[in-house]
Design a binder for this molecule. Structure first.
Ligand code: TA6
Length: 305
């Protein structure tokens, strides 16, 4: 791992980006500009938090009980799930949601955009160990733009001489006032796989998504914008995407959150995941020599409904 002074010398932007080590020895970038702020861990290129200047509360949620241990996933933020989503199709010993979120990435470029936002590019650091889990020649890179909006673009290059199939997600945890009060629009009448209880029952969405119990759904064949309406925090969060045909909606509710052990006291009440993904039947085939990008853009507006 490059040392902090070398990282700050090469990629720090005076006043906008500072590399720091946090307890647990993870290296993070603290990003601050006139429009917003974010914290990004080099492990997993993991956006841990994001707050536009217009918001008193962060928009991207981070558990108060999150663990920052090398090689372990962080509860909250925007975990990068890649090159598969959920459990591995054939080998249950391999990590759920792939390995990208728990391995080192390296910064490749940082810059200030004309509108004052900060753009950071990172790429996953390939290792021999990965080759045993993923015997394909691919390159994974990400571009993160921090400002009044948060933009993330995840790109897979297929450098091999055969087509490759990936599953992926930007597994974003959004901060909300209370899960029982919010509603999500944009998925009306969509087909989804209901994963609660370990099943995979195909159902159809009736109206907006509301929550009264553990909810774990993969909405299929949708490129729709989703909007979280949050009467308690008096805001709407807009979730738009491209290059993604699945949208996953998840809240563990109390029992599953307690079992997971890193949600903190009632942390599950103040978060909801809307994950832009390519999962299940929406897995993506990337032709040899070509590339695929999945991107998201988030922003907020005041809501006094
Ligand atoms: O995206 C929903 C989900 O697949 C849930 O089934 C739950 O496992 C969640 O991801 C979190 O998974 P993680 O491996 O981060 O604990």
């Amino acid at each position: 791992m490059a040392n902090l002074s070398a990282l700050n010398l090469r990629f720090g932007l005076s006043g906008q980006i500072v590399f720091k080590e946090i307890p647990g020895s993870l290296i993070v970038m603290e990003v601050t500009n006139a429009h917003g702020s974010a914290t990004i861990a080099l492990q997993g290129a993991h956006v841990m938090s994001w707050r536009p200047k217009s918001e008193a509360e962060p928009v991207v949620w981070l558990s108060r009980a999150a663990r920052f241990t090398p090689g372990k996933s962080i509860r909250g933020g925007v975990p990068v799930c890649w090159p598969w989503f959920g459990p591995h199709a054939t080998d249950s010993k391999l990590p759920a949601h792939g390995f990208a979120r728990t391995v080192p990435w390296e910064a490749t470029a940082t810059r200030v955009l004309d509108n004052g936002a900060t753009e950071i590019a990172l790429t996953l650091v390939e290792t021999d160990q990965m080759g045993t889990m993923w015997p394909h020649q691919t390159k994974l890179s990400i571009a993160i733009t921090v400002g009044a909006r948060l933009k993330i673009a995840l790109t897979t290059d297929n450098l091999g001489n055969e087509d490759v199939v990936i599953g992926e997600a930007l597994h974003t945890y959004f901060q909300i006032g209370d899960i029982a009060d919010i509603r999500i629009s944009g998925l009306e009448a969509g087909d989804y796989l209901d994963k609660v209880g370990g099943g995979s029952v195909r159902r159809r969405q009736d109206g907006r998504v509301v929550f009264s119990a553990e909810t774990d759904r993969i909405y299929l064949n949708t490129e729709a914008e989703c909007v979280i309406t949050d009467p308690r925090l008096k805001r709407r969060i807009h979730v738009t995407k491209s290059g993604s045909r699945s949208t996953v909606v998840w809240n563990p509710w109390t029992e599953k959150a307690d079992k997971m052990g890193d949600f903190g006291l009632d942390g599950w009440r103040e978060m909801v995941c809307i994950e832009s993904a390519n999962a299940a039947e929406n897995a993506v085939t990337i032709k040899t020599g070509s590339r695929h990008t999945m991107a998201v853009e988030y922003w907020t507006e005041k809501y006094d409904g």
